[in-house]
Design a protein. Structure first.
Length: 186
């Protein structure tokens, strides 16, 4: 009888330890999820900085000595100043630099920075929606996770700005242009 009691208490002890381990696993999984989210934000920040550095390097490399001198001599608009915009012939208030402008009627991909233009063209030429890992080799990059993540970031930026659509998560397609009809446009 005493041996049966010991077995019963042993099983109960194991069940209690299993329950405690289950709680610990759940807590650790929650911590991992939070860290994964922080890691993703840090990767996005790193990618934006890398893109900014590469864009500046490209612009500087393409500038002739005359362009460089003119850029130094040119007065840049100050924040809040109104300037004519190259986009759709409108006037804009200078707030910051927008590398990928929001799409507006009349805009073509030729106004985008080269890498974004290449991405839009690859997506447009594809027979259907594409994933970032399918775009990477078509724009001349090695199929490495860093390049895929950077391209995914660019694809998402193009979606945010109206150049592409992401109807299914991770699947990018040319934007479906919805024509707004106003009562006066009949």
């Amino acid at each position: 009888m005493e041996e049966r009691w010991r077995m019963g208490s042993l099983v109960e002890e194991l069940e209690a330890r299993e329950a405690a381990a289950r709680v610990q696993v759940a807590e650790l999984e929650a911590e991992v999820a939070a860290l994964a989210e922080k890691l993703e934000l840090a990767r996005e920040s790193l990618e934006r900085l890398r893109i900014a550095r590469e864009t500046v390097a490209e612009v500087l490399a393409e500038m002739t000595p005359e362009d460089s001198a003119a850029a130094v001599d040119a007065r840049l608009p100050t924040a809040g100043e109104r300037v004519a915009s190259a986009y759709a012939g409108t006037e804009r208030q200078v707030i910051g630099v927008l590398t990928v402008p929001n799409w507006q009627p009349g805009m073509g991909p030729e106004i985008l920075p080269r890498v974004y233009r290449d991405i839009v063209e690859v997506v447009a030429d594809a027979p259907g929606p594409v994933r970032a890992k399918q775009v990477v080799p078509r724009i001349g990059l090695p199929a490495e996770s860093g390049k895929i993540e950077g391209t995914r970031s660019k694809l998402k930026r193009l979606v945010e700005r109206g150049w592409l659509d992401e109807d299914t998560p991770g699947m990018f397609a040319p934007a479906h242009r919805r024509r707004a009809t106003s009562p006066n446009s009949r």
